[in-house]
Design a protein. Structure first.
Length: 452
């Protein structure tokens, strides 16, 4: 058939009608004139984002912020949790295992739920699960078993919201998607940044009997979680249906069952290769953020009340990296720049390890976070281009779960090794993980940017 032949097939309905409305607004803002048989298009108005789309982006970004507050507080709270329950570093590592189980549970159920719940309904469900988890943690010193089980519940909620938010933002057309992905992931790091400033003073304040009241910190993410739930309901009120009225071609293709989509995802090589990169990358981020305080207290003799703020430097670096580096990364080539950032990360990690100075360590950790910043959003952007569209959300769910394996496994390994060899073992572990992240990135298939 000639390339100029008129297509007669009907395009599948869009899963996001509000995005189509945005396109219609852009098209309506133009006028066309026939001059000497030629079509001239004039821009009368260059509209910004429509209000519904902007509200959804705000909801997606705030959901990442709430997740960041939850995750960013762990490093500052771990020393207090260890001393409050009288447990070892190996035992406290169980909270990372339960977090992984939550993400794994979400991956198994996300594809099935996506066929029964619309995008907004899953966003709201994820927000509600996090509210329940934070409410259970805020009770005075909950039993350790109950406390770590809440990480399973919170992780399921985060997984639902993260997957749907990433899918929604990546599907936006006529927009600089890499910037918006960078923005919502920057909001996650903003949450990680502010968390230690709330967690450290609350956890360091002693009760009348001299014990830490670290559990009171969770009233903060509880309040934020309620706001997150309300914003998700308002922003996605047009997609709170139990059964989507319009079949979503990203989750249902040719009447395939959820199991068929999962099988196809597992047979796709690019999914495994990108997952391997995320496996090591999140291992670096969570291990560095989770164990840096304990390392500085035990190995560098730092003051616990002061060292609790060091993760804020790491998170602040990540925040700036996610805001400032997406454009140069996109301009100069994602493959080249992420590998270059890996080399910078390795250099600052060696500085952190080899220079026995707390100030130098704090600066090095901040720069480590800065160059790690754009990894997540950039890799997600690449994934949306190399994954077949029909398995997009399922593939992202799988990638996130595999990332959480790394984000849970390596902190656990570090905790177990610390119990036998001392917390200084964190340093060679981080060097090995950064090196593996660089190699993993080189294995990810190259992709061509979509034409906008």
């Amino acid at each position: 058939m000639s390339k100029t032949a008129t297509a007669t097939s009907t395009a599948p309905p869009s899963p996001h009608p509000e995005i189509d409305a945005e396109h219609a607004a852009r098209r309506a803002s133009r006028t066309s004139l026939q001059v000497n048989g030629s079509l001239i298009v004039e821009d009368v108005q260059a509209p910004g984002l429509s209000k519904p789309v902007l509200l959804k982006l705000c909801s997606a970004a705030f959901s990442f912020f709430v997740s960041g507050v939850n995750d960013g507080s762990i490093g500052a709270l771990i020393p207090h949790i260890i001393r409050s329950y009288g447990i070892t570093t190996a035992i406290v590592s169980a909270l990372y295992a339960t977090s992984f189980l939550g993400w794994f549970s979400a991956a198994l159920s996300n594809t099935h739920l996506s066929q029964r719940l619309d995008l907004g309904a899953l966003m709201v469900l994820g927000a509600a699960l996090q509210v329940v988890a934070h409410a259970l943690r805020a009770w005075p010193t909950p039993t350790f078993g109950l406390f770590i089980s809440t990480f399973w519940l919170a992780s399921i909620g985060q997984a639902f919201q993260d997957t749907q938010a990433n899918t929604y933002v990546a599907s936006l057309k006529d927009l600089a998607v890499h910037r918006w992905l960078g923005f919502i992931h920057a909001m996650y790091m903003a949450g990680c940044l502010v968390a230690p400033f709330a967690a450290s003073p609350i956890a360091s304040s002693a009760s009348q009997d001299g014990s830490s009241q670290w559990y009171l910190f969770y009233t903060v993410p509880l309040g934020l979680g309620v706001a997150n739930l309300a914003l998700a309901i308002i922003a996605f009120r047009d997609s709170l249906r139990f059964h989507p009225q319009i079949p979503n071609p990203n989750t249902v293709s040719s009447n395939k069952s959820a199991l068929d989509l999962i099988k196809e995802t597992l047979r796709t090589q690019s999914v495994w290769l990108l997952s391997l990169f995320f496996f090591f990358y999140l291992g670096v981020s969570v291990t560095a953020g989770g164990w840096v305080v304990e390392y500085l207290v035990e190995a560098r003799n730092g003051d616990l009340t002061q060292m609790g703020y060091v993760p804020a430097g790491f998170s602040g670096g990540c925040l700036l990296g996610r805001l400032l580096l997406p454009d140069p990364t996109h301009k100069w080539g994602e493959r080249r720049m992420i590998f270059l950032y890996c080399l910078f990360c390795l250099g600052f990690q060696l500085l952190f390890w080899l220079v026995p100075n707390i100030i130098a360590a704090s600066v090095a950790v901040s720069f480590l976070g800065f160059f790690l910043g754009p990894f997540f959003a950039t890799a997600i952007s690449v994934g949306t281009r190399i994954f077949p569209a029909r398995i997009g959300p399922t593939a992202l769910s799988f990638v996130f779960v595999f990332a959480q394996v790394g984000g849970s496994l390596f902190p656990i390994i570090t905790g177990v090794l610390s119990g036998h060899l001392g917390v200084s073992v964190m340093q060679p572990v981080l060097v090995a993980l950064i090196t593996a992240t660089a190699v993993g990135w080189l294995l990810v298939p190259q992709s061509q940017p979509k034409q906008e």
